[in-house]
Design a protein around this ligand. Structure first.
Ligand code: UDP
Ligand code: MG
Length: 332
């Protein structure tokens, strides 16, 4: 089955669009959508001349699609997008971004945990020159303390390992400029860890502190199993550390093995009794260590192949002055 990522076409951005697009992935959000539409529309009308709200139904099993199509029929500012099946939040978001045409794009969850009323403040920061203004949570009302703690630890570990820092306590709630949206669409990776991809891009990125509200209605679509998958995607997408681990492990085991083997050798040379276990252990550790080292080297190559196969743009030009230069993403 074709995934929407194949349909991503940054050229759609060439068409003139509204000042603002709001993009929200929706999975089984029938109870929330009317209120979401009301609050987001009110927030948009108050601050921008033209806007569109792109709502992506990520293969919901409840009445989300019929609610969405009704809203889209009544309100010409709403674009409803339906995916063929549940693709997961990141790909649903990518599909929404590929459809939206706004000069600026607000990425927001459909469950009203991210307050659309922050829009004026987000826009003001972008007016002052930021390309990305991301919501950073101050406090999470109504959330399981264990989950909050796990998230806090996870982001700190991720930041240690990640090649480019990913801001802590942030979700996908953010205002991005058109060029950031286009670069995001030019990244063809399938396991998308959107916030990591955005921080990798550079440009000026600013936080906006806010208090995250509890879900307006319905249940979280991210049980622990899915969060674990997200954590894995994040670690693998943001760093090439896992293969390096084999290398480091190999190095330490080789060192330990060498010390043991040398001790045995020295004892033998001095004519002292050599405990049999030391020699055997040393030999085994040496062999194991060397194997791990070789694996680590292979992993290093694998990591590079992986990085290359991600097909990310090699560099991003922020601005060029004069001539017929066109700033934007440059692909291989
Ligand atoms: N979502 C989605 N597809 C999925 C899971 C979630 O489009 O497979 C959407 C969901 O409708 C919501 C957003 O992603 O708009 C965040 O999901 P949720 O609120 O369940 O996550 P949490 O806030 O609990 O982390
Ligand atoms: Mg939520």
């Amino acid at each position: 089955m074709a995934e929407p990522i194949d349909q991503l076409d940054p050229t759609t951005a060439a068409h003139p669009g509204p000042a603002l697009s709001v993009v929200a992935p929706c999975y089984n959000e029938e109870e929330v959508l009317p209120e979401f539409h009301r609050r987001v529309s009110a927030a948009c009308r108050a601050v921008v001349a033209s806007y569109e709200i792109v709502l992506v139904d990520d293969g919901s099993t409840d009445a989300t699609w019929s609610v969405l199509s009704r809203i889209a029929k009544d309100d010409p500012c709403v674009v409803a997008v339906k995916l063929s099946r549940n693709h997961g939040q990141a790909l649903a978001l990518a599909a929404g971004l590929s459809v939206c045409r706004g000069e600026r794009v607000l990425v927001i969850d459909a469950d009203l945990q991210d307050p659309p009323e922050l829009l004026p403040e987000l826009l003001a920061r972008m007016d002052r020159g930021a390309d990305v203004v991301y919501g950073q949570r101050r406090r999470r009302a109504g959330e399981n303390p264990l989950k909050v703690w796990a998230a806090a630890v996870f982001y700190r570990v991720l930041n240690r390992l990640s090649d480019t820092p990913v801001p802590v306590d942030t979700g996908d709630f953010r205002l991005i400029s058109r060029r950031v949206c286009d670069v995001l669409l030019a990244m063809p990776e399938r396991h998308r860890f959107t916030r990591g991809m955005v921080s990798w891009m550079g440009f000026r990125q600013e936080p906006l502190l806010f208090d995250r509200a509890p879900r307006f209605a319905g249940r979280t679509k991210w049980p622990f199993r899915r969060r674990r998958r997200l954590a894995r995607d994040a670690l693998i997408a943001c760093s090439t550390w896992p293969p390096k681990l084999a290398y480091l492990l190999g190095l330490s085991v080789t060192l330990a093995g060498s010390v043991l083997a040398l001790t045995a050798l020295l004892a033998w040379a001095l004519g002292r009794p050599v405990p049999g276990a030391v020699g055997i252990l040393g030999g085994v550790a040496l062999l194991g260590g060397v194997q791990l080292l070789v694996l680590g080297v292979l992993g290093e190559y694998l990591g590079r192949i992986y990085e290359q196969s991600r097909g990310r743009p090699l560099f991003i030009i922020e601005a060029i002055q004069g001539g017929r230069a066109q700033p934007g993403a440059v692909r291989e």
